[in-house]
Design a protein around this ligand. Structure first.
Ligand code: 5AD
Ligand code: SF4
Length: 447
């Protein structure tokens, strides 16, 4: 019997890779009744997967939800659902603010989506599902291959965070750390590679503390997990994100010696170069211990590309504190960084800290940081020129036929020309000829 799927689902995703992965899961859960669409106008159901990490992200989600009001007016049977971190945080308040929303679902509750959609269709009663249960465990969930890039996939290894960095809302909206079992993760990776996936990225808010919530007798460390995934035949490239430097162990550093398929890239968010700010952020490491770990990583993998996250304008950040961040940038010479102006996110603790720096000053600091990072990124990219490197093919350019892109192990994009069709995920050698700020340009090496 063939089932015709006549309804259309539009999903807008804001925020991090955890949300990207949740979006894939939701699309798959609803795929028996809904096909994905990129056109809001033809959607029968809309999911807005929200992010609340900074005020701007939250505003963007609310502004899209606002726009949906007129679509719902035209098509009253349209289902509108809000998911993600804002949904978790605001719950029913979202519906009081915007009464055209039918469903508010927290990240732990997305697995009930088909049931909740059915209920809405039958009763048209607004529903809020945002319970965080201490006994929740992430269900084993094997992805189908019909969404996203088939040659690379994210695999969630844990949810939540226990760190309570004082600026961060994540522990309040994503709950406590919850690790999936090693067996479930390995089974998912095996399933993916058997369907042709070549690159796996292990995903969690703080992957370095993987396993800390498991019973001692069954506990697996992140380094052990990484080794067991790296061993699976067919995993050609392995990556992970994100890490808190305080939990970066020597065993994990050792993985960069032992595991050939572990990529030469480490995203290690430092947030600030000043010890006094780090203390008030509750980051639980000092710049000295951070630099020590960076040195060890560079020692065992000289070609490693380091990237980071920076917050400027944390409450009370002095000129000296900011200068310490600039000094750190100069010392580590990050290949790239994501940098943000501090955003007050109640109930995160730093909201109570006295903030004396003007928004103008914060913007200026951000511009100074970003300008210097840009120079360093360019210098770093130029270091690749003249080298012959292995790329994994990503795909053909949408705008120009015969123009392809791939990524080297460090995650840099390399653009190149190839008249023949290529399969994404294929490994090829390229000679790097040119460097730009955002990408490299190369020539395929024959053979
Ligand atoms: N203000 C600004 N940036 C923030 N981040 C997290 N919380 C805030 C906040 N309140 C940044 C951090 C983190 C990244 C994902 O977002 O740099 O590493
Ligand atoms: Fe937020 Fe800190 Fe947890 Fe990262 S480690 S999610 S910054 S609380």
């Amino acid at each position: 019997m063939t089932v015709t799927i006549d309804k259309k689902l539009f999903i807008a995703t804001f925020g991090c890779q955890m949300n990207d992965r949740d979006t894939e899961i939701m699309a798959q859960l609803l795929s028996r009744s809904y096909a994905r669409t990129l056109e809001l106008a033809e959607a029968d159901a809309v999911i807005v997967n929200t992010c609340s990490i900074r005020a701007k992200a939250e505003q963007k989600a609310f502004s899209l939800l606002g726009v949906l009001r007129k679509y719902k007016k035209k098509k009253p049977e349209m289902i509108i659902a809000a998911t993600g971190c804002v949904a978790q945080q605001d719950g029913r308040k979202m519906i009081s603010r915007m009464n055209h929303i039918d469903l508010v679902i927290g990240p732990q509750n997305i697995y009930q989506l088909p049931l909740l959609f059915d209920k809405i269709r039958k009763t048209r009663k607004t529903t809020v599902a945002t319970d965080i249960s201490p006994s929740f465990s992430i269900p084993p969930f094997l992805p189908t291959m019909d969404c996203g890039l088939p040659h690379k996939r994210f695999v969630t290894i844990m949810q939540g965070c226990n760190n309570f960095c004082t600026y961060c809302i994540v522990p309040y909206v994503r709950g406590r750390e919850l690790s999936r079992s090693q067996e479930d993760i390995v089974a998912e990776v095996r399933h993916l590679v058997s369907h042709g996936v070549k690159e796996i990225t292990l995903l969690g808010q703080n992957v370095n503390s993987y396993g800390n919530d498991q019973e001692e007798s069954q506990r697996t460390s992140f380094a052990e997990l990484l080794c067991s995934v790296a061993e699976i035949r067919g995993v050609e490239r392995l990556r992970f994100t994100t890490s808190n430097p305080k939990d970066l162990s020597d065993d994990l550093i050792r993985c960069f010696v032992d595991l050939d398929n572990l990529c030469s890239h480490f995203h290690l968010p430092v947030q600030s170069g000043s010890n006094s700010i780090l203390r008030r952020m509750n980051r639980k490491y000092t710049i000295e211990t951070y630099l020590d770990k960076v040195e060890k990583l560079k020692e065992v993998r000289p070609d490693i590309a380091l990237t980071t996250d920076i917050i400027v304008g944390f409450p009370g950040e002095t000129d000296e504190d900011f200068q310490a961040t600039m000094d750190l940038l100069e010392k580590v010479r990050y290949h790239g960084s994501f940098s943000f102006i501090y955003s007050s996110r109640p109930p995160a603790k730093s909201c109570e800290f006295e903030d004396t720096i003007s928004q103008e000053e914060k913007k200026e600091r951000l511009a100074i940081y970003q300008a210097h990072q840009k120079e360093i990124t360019m210098e770093r990219n130029l270091e690749y020129v003249g080298q012959t490197m292995e790329i994994m093919v990503e795909g053909e350019s949408r705008n120009a036929e015969g123009q392809w892109s791939g990524r080297i192990s460090t995650h840099h994009i390399v653009n190149f020309t190839c008249a023949k069709p290529l399969v994404p995920g294929r490994m090829l050698m390229v000679h790097i000829d040119e460097a730009c700020y955002n990408s490299l340009r190369g020539t395929l090496v024959d053979g």
